[in-house]
Design a protein around this ligand. Structure first.
Ligand SMILES: Nc1nc2c(ncn2[C@@H]2O[C@H](COP(=O)(O)OP(=O)(O)OP(=O)(O)O)[C@@H](O)[C@H]2O)c(=O)[nH]1
Ligand SMILES: [Mg+2]
Length: 162
């Protein structure tokens, strides 16, 4: 998922609604439409976005949020709580072997994004002070080596090994 710009966009959307003394159902719909677009543009799966918006709408309408004294803040809280839930309430960590290298296996259907994820992981690990190595060993898949080079170059300082 590409989250660049998503937080500032959500901040902007919620800022507009937070200060409102009264929020109508159509204000809520308008805000949710903007949230939906922001999430879709950040590459979040359409079905997940649909479910996410539906849950927020149900919670906001069902719990008399709009009739509360601080509807804007309540709505923002509902959105925030759901977003935390969506992104995973728990954090998972990679277990590193005491004897490097740690080998990470990515499993997925063809074209599901394994190579791209390898590049993203390398980038993340490099930022954490690790020395990721992307090793292209697949000589059968067309252009697999070239693709890994391109993906790896984008992460700049990742070491390379053909
Ligand atoms: N929109 C979007 N596209 C992605 C994402 N991850 C990968 N892709 C694209 O999906 C296509 C396939 O990605 P790869 O990383 O090559 O997938 P793969 O699982 O390594 O594919 P194979 O090695 O052929 O099995 C590429 O065009 C990627 O740019 C993502 O998170 N969002
Ligand atoms: Mg691949």
């Amino acid at each position: 998922m590409a989250f660049e710009g998503l937080s500032s966009r959500l901040q902007e959307i919620t800022r507009k609604i937070r200060g409102k003394a009264r929020i109508t159902e159509s204000d809520l719909k308008e805000m949710l439409r903007e949230v939906k677009l922001a999430l879709l543009e950040a590459d979040v799966n359409y079905m997940i976005v649909k479910e996410f918006i539906k849950t927020i709408q149900e919670k906001a309408l069902g719990q008399d949020v709009l009739k509360s004294l601080t509807p804007g803040q309540q709505v923002v809280k509902v959105v925030k709580d759901e977003l935390v839930e969506l992104l995973g309430g728990t954090e998972s960590k990679i277990n590193f072997t005491p004897n490097p290298p740690t080998i990470i296996m990515l499993v997925g259907l063809q074209g599901s994004g394994k190579t791209t994820t390898a590049g993203k992981l390398a980038n993340l690990l490099r930022k954490q002070g690790k020395k990721p190595l992307l090793v292209a060993c697949d000589v059968y898949r067309p252009a697999a080596i070239k693709q890994l080079q391109v993906v790896g170059k984008r992460t700049k300082h990742t070491s390379f090994c053909k």
